[in-house]
Design a protein around this ligand. Structure first.
Ligand code: URA
Length: 427
């Protein structure tokens, strides 16, 4: 059968600020997924989108076409509401770990399909794999059984979910077209809608450690995704959150699990607790529990019980000791004062260079590698006090990690103005 359209016409149409029809968008995504449209043609089209944008209708069509490229799950038979969270990624962002069991402890199913880290932002699956025996892959039957029996599951997305995105995202990564808001929004939302969640809360981050440096672009991305969710019948809202400084004190894998367990035990750093509670309230609001006492669920140990059940269900041992690094290097304050800045991106790169993240998809991560902050922005320090500790198994890595941190923090005479962590709710 002859092809319905010509890729070159669609590229030229976007190049010349045109609007593609629904049929054209569906054909383009399908023809690219089956290999008829070549990578170089799709990259030219993606660049035209980056430069000229897409209308709301085009973005919706693109999202629907991407979903149609693979399988779609449904949790309609589960007998309980489903709600998920997606973060656009940040440094020290371990919120999924305490959040999923916390929300699940309210009788809600949380199907959290997560990814691995690439570059300076960590991956949830890499963090959880620090736990002895824990397994990221679940069959669809195992996922359903776990959502029914335990409530929360954190696992790898199956290969059949939105194959068009896997291909297109890899292409965008090497053609300078990742930053296009229509492409980011359709990429994220196609996966979340195909996953079958009934409700979704987006943590859209802005600042130095985030994908979007600028709050206005983060707001635009959040609005676009909330609209796509609403169009697909998924109750969706977004929180705009500050990612200029690392979240919490731990950046890495095993250390982030340790910090998450502290939160589940009713302690942990203030910012991690604040964001976990804000996202949990929002998720529970969307599934009809606006008055859920999320603080009590942390204090009473109910969320911790749910965590232990989740880890055990995926063959992990919640009591096994977490890996410790072979080598550490501590950096101390050179003067008295108040920590006034810690650049999230630089700390993320340092943790990555220590081995907490990977440069290539196939590389392993060092679970014990990372950075632990002893002081956070706003803390008073005296000369000689430890500021942060670098950890790795391989001491040659310290030098490049320290290079990344050159100029990445300041100590001032007085405390900086306190900036809100959760800036705005959209949707
Ligand atoms: N995360 C995604 O899944 N897709 C994007 O395009 C960007 C971030």
């Amino acid at each position: 059968m002859p092809e319905a359209f010509d890729a070159v016409d669609l590229i030229k149409s976007k190049r010349d600020h045109g609007e593609l029809t629904t049929a054209e968008i569906h054909w383009l995504v399908d023809a690219y997924t089956r290999g008829y449209v070549a990578d170089e043609q799709m990259s030219a089209w993606a660049m035209a989108v980056l430069l000229n944008g897409m209308t709301r209708r085009e973005i919706r069509d693109l999202t629907i076409a991407m979903i149609a490229s693979g399988e779609r799950m449904s949790f309609a038979d589960l007998g309980k509401p489903t709600v998920d969270k997606h973060s656009t990624g940040g440094v020290g962002d371990k919120i999924t770990l305490p959040l999923v069991p916390l929300v699940a402890s309210f009788g809600v199913a949380v199907p959290q399909l997560s990814g691995r880290g690439l570059g300076h932002t960590g991956g949830t699956l890499d963090k959880l794999e620090s736990i002895s025996g824990w397994r990221a892959s679940l069959t669809t039957e195992e996922l359903f059984a776990q959502l029914r029996d335990v409530g929360g599951a954190i696992c790898a997305a199956g290969a059949g979910l939105v194959p068009a995105d896997k291909k297109l995202y890899a292409l965008r990564d090497i053609t300078g077209t990742v930053e296009a808001i229509p492409l980011i929004a359709s990429s994220i939302m196609s996966k979340k809608i195909a996953e079958g969640t009934g409700a979704l809360v987006l943590d859209v981050k802005f600042g130095s450690g985030a994908f979007m440096r600028d709050i206005e672009r983060a707001r635009q991305l959040a609005r676009t995704m909330v609209e796509l969710g609403a169009d697909a019948g998924v109750a969706t809202s977004a929180l705009l959150t500050d990612m200029n400084a690392p979240l919490g004190r731990a950046i890495g894998n095993a250390n982030e699990v340790r910090e998450s367990i502290e939160v589940l035990a009713g302690g942990g750093p203030e910012d991690v607790v604040e964001l976990t509670l804000a996202l949990a309230r929002e998720m529970l609001r969307l599934v009809g529990q606006p008055d859920a006492d999320v603080e009590h669920a942390l204090r009473s140990g109910r969320a911790m019980d749910s965590w232990r059940a989740l880890i055990r269900a995926q063959d992990g041992d919640p009591d096994a000791p977490l890996p410790r690094p072979r080598e550490t290097h501590t950096v101390s304050a050179s003067r008295d004062g108040v920590v006034s800045r810690q650049d999230a991106l630089a700390f993320g790169i340092a943790a990555w260079r220590l081995g907490a993240g990977r440069a290539r998809r196939q590389d392993p991560v060092l679970h014990a590698a990372g950075v632990d902050l002893h002081a956070k922005v706003g803390d008073t320090v005296a000369a000689g006090d430890p500021l942060f500790t670098l950890a790795t198994d391989d001491p040659v890595r310290f030098e490049r990690a320290l290079d990344a941190l050159d100029g990445a923090w300041d100590i001032a005479d007085s405390a900086p103005e306190r900036r809100p962590l959760v800036v705005e709710r959209i949707g």
